[in-house]
Design a protein around this ligand. Structure first.
Ligand code: MLT
Length: 406
């Protein structure tokens, strides 16, 4: 008899964004004439930078010729891309990361979801609340939680991120082993200072814990004093893994390219308390289960680091940040408390009512899709998230409709 992994039965019936898509589809069916503007899932709308497109075309042409054709590439990624990342994203900011500590992949969602596989099922996991659902669901699938009760999975430590703590949770009040942090934060748009991040690094060092630092939105940081990488903090190499992505930075959501940084001295422990290199284990896992990102896509990602690529990427980021500021200003002028939207593409809005009711209001009265805050956890109740990833024209139209409807 083929038995299933029963931990999957603990999961809420569907993934948040799939749930929203279903509601939107039904609304569209019932209201075929209503033009819907989607400010829900954070999906880019601007085309790929021309430097990336040019590089991708050239790489495709190379694949058409016997002499330059390439089969399987290195599972960890081509060295041309790993070198550019190490130099421009880390070493240039004083973060000492080497190219062979970078693992190229097809997405930060997959990497943040897969990484937990190399840790014991008995570890204590701490997740922020509100939280990107992937961190939670993948630990549920792995059997690290109990049942879902009253909005939370038993067995997880929830790190509450609220207005009162500026969406930077307090250190855990009991020992934890694996800590997920995400800054600039999805969904609250909050950022973290070096001092605040240092406290987490110190906690991890003292407690032999590990931080999984999701920096998928670092490109939106404009404030020069904010850290863009956890490795800008002394001592982080031993206790932190960082996830980055070209998705939001350079418009690769449909093209797929990301990377995970695992420093060689990043440590975990075996059952006897002996240190084990996480780098070695992740390399083993990655090369067993993954065959690399395609050559043309890695060439396109490399072009992000060229002078033209940098200019084009910055222009796209500025475009979305300008949208964020329009959304934030308008919602504030309508009397809502807004957070994020500066150094971040997400605006976290206190709707003053149940999140899904606010979601339904915006959809039914204005044809606007947002993301209900409680889909990210109990602390998200009462909030909605509006994403700045859309055209300026649609953002302006959406704000005018919301102003009229509310
Ligand atoms: C979001 O809207 O939270 C993100 O787009 C989801 C993702 O990157 O997977």
């Amino acid at each position: 008899m083929i038995n299933i992994n029963e931990h999957y039965l603990k999961l809420k019936s569907s993934y948040l964004f799939a749930d929203i898509a279903k509601r939107v589809e039904k609304f569209q069916k019932d209201n075929p004439k209503q033009e819907i503007i989607k400010l829900g899932i954070g999906d880019v709308t601007l085309p790929l930078p021309t430097a990336c497109i040019k590089a991708m075309h050239e790489a495709v042409d190379e694949m058409a010729i016997g002499d330059s054709f390439r089969g399987y590439g290195p599972e960890q990624g081509y060295s041309f891309l790993r070198q550019a990342i190490a130099r421009d994203d880390f070493q240039s900011r004083g973060a000492l990361i080497e190219p062979d500590e970078i693992f190229i992949s097809d997405g930060a969602k997959c990497d943040t979801g897969n990484i937990q596989e190399i840790f014991d099922t008995g570890i204590q996991v701490a997740v922020p609340d509100p939280v990107y659902p992937v961190y939670v669901d993948t630990n549920v699938m792995a059997g690290r939680t109990g049942m879902f009760q009253e909005g939370r999975y038993q067995g997880l430590v929830y790190l509450e991120s609220t207005k009162d703590n500026n969406f930077i949770p307090a250190l855990p009040d009991r020992p934890v082993d694996l800590i997920y942090l995400c800054y600039p934060n999805n969904p609250t748009g909050a950022t973290i200072t070096k001092d605040e991040l240092s406290r987490w690094v110190d906690y991890a060092r003292t407690n032999k814990a590990l931080i999984l630092f999701d920096a998928a939105y670092e490109a939106f940081i404009k404030d020069p004093d904010l850290p863009r990488s956890i490795y800008e903090i002394d001592g982080a190499r031993e206790v932190a893994i960082e996830f980055r992505s070209f998705s939001k930075t350079a418009g690769f959501t449909g093209t797929r390219c990301a990377f995970t940084v695992v420093p060689k001295n990043c440590r975990a422990y075996d059952g006897q308390g002996k240190e084990v290199s996480i780098h070695g284990l992740w390399n083993r896992r990655h090369s067993t289960k993954f065959n690399g990102v395609s050559y043309p896509v890695q060439k396109a990602a490399l072009a992000v680091y060229s002078p033209e690529g940098q200019k084009q990427v910055q222009a796209n980021i500025d475009y979305y940040l300008a949208n964020a500021s329009i959304i934030r200003d308008k919602m504030q002028s309508l009397g809502f408390e807004c957070y994020g939207g500066v150094n971040s593409p997400y605006i976290w809005i206190d709707g003053g009512k149940d999140s899904w009711s606010f979601f339904d209001d915006l959809l039914n009265k204005a044809g606007i899709v947002c993301t209900p805050g409680d889909g990210f956890g109990l602390c998200g109740q009462g909030f909605i998230r509006i994403s700045a990833f859309n055209s300026l024209e649609n953002v302006e139209k959406a704000m005018a409709r919301i102003e009229k409807a509310l």
